[in-house]
Design a protein around this ligand. Sequence first.
Ligand code: ADP
Ligand code: MG
Length: 399
Amino acid sequence: MNIHEYQAKELLAKFGVAVPAGHAALSVDEAVAAAGKLPGPLYVVKAQIHAGGRGKGKFKELPAEAKGGVRLTKSLDEVKAAATEMLGNTLVTIQTGEHGKQVNRLYVTDGADIDKEYYLSMLVDRATGRIAMVVSTEGGMDIEAVAHDTPEKIQTIVIDPAEGFQPHHGRAAAFALKLTGDLNKQCVKLVEQLYNAFVATDMSMLEVNPLVETKDGQLLVLDAKVSFDSNALFRHKDIVELRDVTEEDPAEVEASKYDLAYIKLDGDIGCMVNGAGLAMATMDIIKLNGMFPANFLDVGGGATTEKVTAAFKIILADPAVKGILVNIFGGIMRCDIIAEGIVTAAKEVNIQVPLVVRLEGTNVEKGKEILANSGLAIVPADDLGDAARKIVAEVKQAA
Ligand code: ADP
Ligand code: MG
């Protein structure tokens, strides 16, 4: 789960992290009022979307020369103008994809007098089972580009959670960022605060880009991007409340209501499968046969009629879907029950695209019989390879 920059900063502030003052705003009036509460003279108006690269982003509705999603303004009138231009419009950045994201919230924050910009992030490194802290003197830039062009300017410091944060981790970060004197001390403290926040809230990623050094010698977190481990959200009710579903794919939000693991992909073949491993294999074999999956969808072990119906609806709501491949293994759940679920669901949602069903497992013969006698144009398949070949052939024929 991702949250907005202002939420991330409010959360980090609870752990003592130094962030500029600021207030979220949902309207132009709120934005002006928010700026009124800040000392000035520089007010920064920032689009709140779940994507980075806002500063260099472009608004679809505005002329090409218009500024992006981070505006440095010097009066309440300029705040008003910036907020008016941004709210309701669509911001396209390198992270949003070409469709962009509509800006519905702003963050009006204190302008910092920046001397230098740095990069600092933390993430769970699955290979080592530790937390990797990545730092670079090249802040405020696209870190992927830095990694590609000047990899020597990126350093990784690994923190073993069994050992926890130690001052030497902070000093290593400060050394890599070439910070000395009081800035070095601030850096050691900051790394500890960020690490504590990371672990206590079960983050999977925390990216501060830029971390800045101000002209008066303060280290400040100027931007913050945070993702949480969804599997740990059950123990963070307060964080779950920060979720902004308008930032998420509507189909994925709908799927989560039915406990379906659904991820939208770019291909043409909708997939409904039970078990993540089988779902991955199904996607692979579709590709092997020359087409691409439109989604990943795991209906889980207890695929009820209700779940299967919801899954069909979600798959069919995607206009890109040209055919559906159902691949279900009846283990604890018997194939005849699953077949009944598929038939009921298929009748309810009136499927207009080719539908290939491969069932295997307990009571498979009974299940196939139910599909065959359903009166629906269901193409039965015997095994995974057969199913993939059939759906690809059906879709090509229908085209
Ligand atoms: P994004 O990464 O989405 O483009 P940032 O928050 O990193 O958004 O802002 C982009 C740039 O705007 C920063 O690198 C910094 O130079 C400037 N900036 C952002 N916030 C402030 C601020 N509070 N004061 C001064 N400059 C800022
Ligand atoms: Mg940034």
